[in-house]
Every structure is written in C-alpha cells, then in structure tokens.
Design a protein around this ligand. Structure first.
Ligand SMILES: CSCCC(=O)C(=O)COP(=O)(O)O
Ligand code: MG
Length: 236
C-alpha cells in the first residue's frame, strides 16, 4: 500500500511534473516536434495523413504553410494546451519513439507504484493535457523494466475526452465514465495545484507531488502540507 493516502480504488496520474520531469517535456518532446515540423510540412502538407491534424487548426492557418508553422511555434513557446496542437505533437513524436530517439524517463518510484496498484486489483488511469495517442506512446516507451507499461493502464483522459485540467467539470466527466467507482475512491496525483483543487472540487482525493525540477509549492498554500515527495509513492 502507498503511504499517507486514504484507501483508493483508482489511481489517476498526471504526466508532466508527476511521472516524468518537466524538462523531458520542455527540453526533449517539444523541441523534437519543432525540429521535425518544417520537413513534415514540406513533405506532407497535401497528404491525407496530415489533413486530419491540419484541418483541426483554426481556419486562418489551414491553407497557409508559413502561418501554420508560425502558429504552431507560438503555441509551443507559450505552452498552450490546446487539443489541435497536442494531437499534431503526438503524431510527430511517434517517429521519435519508434526510432528509439525518445524514451520517457519516469521517476524511479512510478513504475513500482503502478505495478503495486495494478497487482492489488485496483485501477491505474492517466489524465494529461497531452493527447491520448501521445500518452500511449510515452507509457509504451519508458525507461522502466519492462519498457511498455500500457498493460497496467485501464483508461486514458485528455482535453478532448475530459476537458481542461483546471476545470472541476473535467473530473466530473472522468468520474461519469466510471460510475462504478465513487468519487472518494479516486486518487489524483499532479504537480499542479489548480488541477489538484479541481479534482478535489469533484470529490476525488488529490494531493500535489513534489519532484526535482518542479517549481516549489507555495509554503502558505494549505495543499503544500499534504504534498508527497519522490520515492514515497511506493511502499517497496
Ligand atoms: C502525453 S506526453 C506530452 C505531455 C504534454 O504535451 C503536456 O502538455 C503535459 O501536460 P500534463 O497535463 O501532463 O502536465
Ligand atoms: Mg503536470
């Protein structure tokens, strides 16, 4: 059993700053997509394969390659968590994971904790601003043993099927997709206090996690007192 938490039936995990360092997302994933973008647009601008991602962008960027690329770069620079950007990033990252250039560096306690929760018959689910396909790539190519942790994960949520992570309604949507589990039997872990507050607003248990590379939690915030540190998730 994990220490410090009330009992739970569902472990719902954020990704960036919770299961892996923020630097992996900001310094590896985002630059990979930015570097690959010009060639992709040059080679596939008119391809049906790219059309589903291109057509999800606002109308003013869909028919103008330069404007499209500039908009993509601007969204990434501002870390805007908009679904159409996240979908295209996930599509671009696929080649990086497949070639072995990208591998997700999970914090050392993550895989043991997920395995422990799964082995005890409880459920592990993911909720990230990254698209569900991007989440599956990440957990399919980790530094853990085995590298593919997808078999441990029962369900996946993003801004498309749940909504924005700071909104209480998004957690209510997640709860409604598993009506067999009462809200109080969920445990959501995230580095983001707004997300933790929103999950609590929907009736879930939720605490912030403290990780190397994350911004320090404000001392005066009541949730800082219940934050959990690295290496304390798993009992083993
Ligand atoms: C699914 S991996 C990419 C993560 C990502 O794009 C992102 O914006 C991270 O947001 P999170 O909600 O996991 O903090
Ligand atoms: Mg996060």
């Amino acid at each position: 059993m994990a220490t410090g938490f009330a009992d739970f039936d569902v472990l719902l995990l954020d990704i960036e700053g919770t299961v892996c360092p923020i630097s992996f997302v900001k310094d590896v994933l985002f630059p990979y997509a930015l570097n690959a973008l010009p060639k992709l647009l040059e080679q596939k601008w008119d391809d049906a394969e790219l059309a589903q991602y291109r057509d999800a962008f606002p109308e003013e960027y869909r028919d103008d390659r330069a404007a499209f690329e500039a908009h993509f770069r601007d969204l990434v620079a501002r870390d805007v968590k908009v679904s159409y950007l996240k979908a295209l990033q996930g599509y671009i990252w696929k080649a990086g994971y497949a070639s072995g250039e990208i591998k997700a560096p999970l914090f050392p306690d993550v895989a043991p904790f997920m395995k422990e929760v799964h082995a005890s018959g409880r459920k592990v689910m993911i909720y990230s601003s990254g698209s569900v396909p991007a989440q599956k790539l990440l957990f399919g190519h980790t530094n853990a043993q085995p590298s593919d942790l997808q078999p441990l994960i029962l369900d996946w949520f993003d801004t498309v099927n749940a909504g924005l992570k700071a909104n209480v309604a998004s957690y209510e949507a997640i709860l409604s997709s598993h009506p067999d589990v009462p809200p109080g039997r969920w445990l959501f872990l995230s580095d983001n206090l707004q997300e933790v507050e929103a999950a609590r607003g929907a009736g879930m248990q939720s605490v912030p996690v403290v990780r190397p590379g994350n911004a320090p939690l404000p001392d005066e915030h009541p949730l800082a007192k219940v934050a959990v540190d690295e290496f304390k998730l798993a009992s083993s």
